[in-house]
Design a protein around this ligand. Structure first.
Ligand code: PLP
Length: 363
């Protein structure tokens, strides 16, 4: 909402007049490594399975509001019950609903920047105040003492693991402590958990932490950002709240059908995820060889990289080579940082070659 007319400014809710929509900085490019999508082709046979499910889906009937068939598949995948799962129109809808239900005026969200900027955006939409516990400027480690001190006054907390854009994972002992101390539900955003080492998910804490909520999405490892499907896992009474506040038909029939097929084909994604993990390590090693660059270790499908003239380099990558990466250089403590999604070997090679040229030219 940049240039409101006088009339509109007077009519819109006061807390919304200054709000800036989330800007994914999208421009059509030849090589898009900017949004942490899975850039690999779908595994063999998966697209056919999705197409078959879509073709068998009638369009004249409203969707099953709670997407129970999909819930059952997701429950089986995670070893929980249907009652532990709520599906949303992307993880984003569930994040918004989390703030809508547990935030609001007079409530406070515990946030750990630098992280996913949507959390603060949804907090502002819902008039939720934000208590930022900043990560260490160099390592991005969480300030555990400050967090636990602030937790009792928080109405909710959102912690990203692996964190976007810094790539680090949270420590389970700390998350358990945070759940015990926090004055409300604690969401662990595991949008990238499939790319992390085994055993990094906080799911095993669910039985001992009744206020823990885990967020997942099909947008990243499952290569399905376009269908808009995410889900939360939590205790049944928290799921009931998600079920109550949601837009009743937000997950459409085609998304439910496609997501069901993708989840059934999950094993086919294992080799893709393994290749992205190994490409991540190769890309990180190659970038680290250049002493002009700082690269942080990452458990996601992206790398945070610091370099001089980051903004200029990002712009030249886009305008001269049609390669898109994400610029974080104007975010506090991410000065001079770009986030690069791990692509296919060919995409990564091209990025490495062009980046070397641009770094020489801008030196
Ligand atoms: C991508 C992402 C999500 C979910 O995205 P959707 O496409 O809305 O499912 C959630 N959290 C983080 C940190 C992400 O990067």
């Amino acid at each position: 909402m940049a240039e409101l007319s006088k009339y509109t400014r007077a009519k819109v809710q006061p807390h919304l007049t200054g709000i800036k929509p989330y800007d994914p900085s999208f421009t059509p490019t030849r090589i898009n490594l900017s949004a942490n999508e899975n850039t690999y082709p779908l595994p063999k046979g998966v697209r056919a399975a999705v197409d078959k499910a879509l073709a068998a889906t009638p369009l004249n009937r409203y969707p099953d509001p709670m997407a129970n068939d999909l819930r059952d598949k997701l429950a089986a995948l995670h070893g929980v019950e249907r009652e532990n799962i709520c599906v949303g129109n992307g993880g984003d809808e569930l994040l918004f609903n989390f703030l809508l239900a547990f935030g609001g005026e007079g409530r406070r969200m515990l946030n750990f920047p630098p992280s996913f900027s949507e959390y603060e955006f949804f907090a502002s939409l819902t008039k939720t105040s934000v208590r930022n516990v900043r990560r260490d400027r160099k390592t991005f480690a969480i300030d555990e003492r400050a967090t636990l001190a602030a937790a009792p006054q928080a109405s909710l907390a959102i912690l990203t693991s692996p964190n976007n854009p810094t790539g680090d994972v949270a420590d389970p002992a700390f998350v358990a402590q945070l759940c015990r101390q926090c004055g409300g539900p604690v969401m662990i955003d595991e949008a990238y958990i499939e790319f992390a080492d085994q055993g990094k998910s906080m799911q095993s804490l669910l039985s001992s932490c009744p206020n823990l909520v885990i967020l997942h999405t099909l947008s990243k490892a499952f290569g399905a950002a376009g269908i808009r499907c995410g889900y939360v896992i939590a205790a049944p009474d928290i799921i009931d709240v998600f079920g109550a506040v949601r837009q009743i038909y937000s997950v459409n029939v085609l998304t439910q059908a496609a997501a069901g097929a993708l989840v059934s084909e999950r094993d086919a994604f294992e080799p893709v995820v393994a290749q992205i993990r190994s490409e991540r390590e190769r890309l990180a090693r190659k970038l680290e060889e250049d002493e002009r660059l700082t690269v942080w270790p990452s458990q996601g499908n992206f790398l945070l990289v610091r370099m001089d003239e980051a903004s200029t380099i990002r712009q030249r990558l886009r305008d001269e080579y049609s390669i898109l990466v994400r610029d974080f250089s104007d975010v506090p403590s991410l000065n001079d940082c770009l986030r690069i999604t791990v692509g296919t070997p060919e995409e990564n090679d091209e990025l490495l070659a062009v980046l070397a040229v641009l770094l020489d030219e801008e030196a």
